[in-house]
Design a binder for this molecule. Structure first.
Ligand SMILES: Cc1cc2nc3c(=O)[nH]c(=O)nc-3n(C[C@H](O)[C@H](O)[C@H](O)COP(=O)(O)O)c2cc1C
Length: 239
């Protein structure tokens, strides 16, 4: 039996001495007993659309209508130059038949990995609907003209924080960020905040998309669309 020990801790206030943890309480949860049945419905060939993006659009709409928190959040997997995969959540900001778009810092760890290897995998975990969607594809960096419109639609403070964060680089303390934020807020007091040269986005062109709907007795439904010359090959996969 696997038991997980959950410690609730209070962290010592001195940031240079993170090793000192003051253990306040200790609880045990037996995660082997955590399970539920998936009963919300199935997915059959008759539910599939010719284009995977049409089905994706329907499922995303249903996830938004069901008010799932961060329904547009997707896990992005990329690999470093040794083949080590990394994952992180980012927000999907646009999609159409050309692909799926997200925005990020172009000096970040993910950006470096995607420059080296543009292959990417995306994952949408819509637990409450007993669904997931997995995407395979390749990224292309967006042009400045594509990025600038979105950038200026962000709240002004988010535009400034894009200038503040050299994403994925080491920093000594949170105060470094906060001080820089205040300085840049003063600097960009008037007029539009310029687009940082190190901030942009990617379009993921889709090679494959897999739809998963939870089923009774763990007999889930899975369909994968894989790009074939001018259409999509669609296969049902065993759960
Ligand atoms: C719900 C959620 C949404 C996020 N959205 C974004 C995003 O749209 N763009 C982004 O660069 N980081 C976003 N992040 C932060 C990333 O998960 C990640 O920490 C950051 O991009 C650095 O990743 P990297 O060091 O692997 O490049 C989000 C995090 C969460 C939890």
């Amino acid at each position: 039996m696997v038991n997980i020990e959950i410690f609730s801790t209070s962290v010592h206030n001195n940031v240079t001495d993170c090793r000192i943890l003051n253990i306040m309480t200790k609880q045990q949860i037996d995660i082997t007993t955590l399970r539920r049945e998936y009963t919300q419905g199935g997915l059959s060939r008759s539910n599939l659309t010719a284009e995977p993006m049409e089905l994706f659009a329907l499922w995303l709409k249903q996830a938004c209508t069901a008010q799932l928190p961060d329904a547009t959040a997707m896990c992005v997997a990329s690999v470093d130059d040794t083949g080590q995969p990394y994952q992180r959540l980012v927000l999907l900001k646009h999609f159409d038949n050309q692909g799926m778009v997200f925005y990020t810092n172009l000096s970040s760890r993910k950006a470096k990995q995607l420059t080296h290897n543009p292959r990417i995998s995306l994952h949408f975990p819509w637990h409450a609907l007993e669904r997931q969607v997995m995407v395979l594809g390749k990224v292309q960096q967006l042009s400045v003209s594509e990025v600038i419109t979105y950038f200026h639609n962000r709240p002004r403070d988010s535009q400034i924080s894009a200038w503040v964060s050299r994403q994925s680089s080491r920093i000594s303390a949170r105060s470094v960020l906060e001080n820089k934020f205040l300085k840049l807020k003063q600097k960009f007091l008037q007029g539009p905040v310029p687009l940082p040269s190190f901030w942009g986005g990617y379009r993921v062109s889709i090679d494959a998309m897999e739809f998963w709907q939870g089923g009774k007795y763990r007999l889930h439904d899975r369909f994968i669309y894989q790009r074939a010359k001018s259409s999509w090959r669609i296969d049902r996969l065993s759960p």
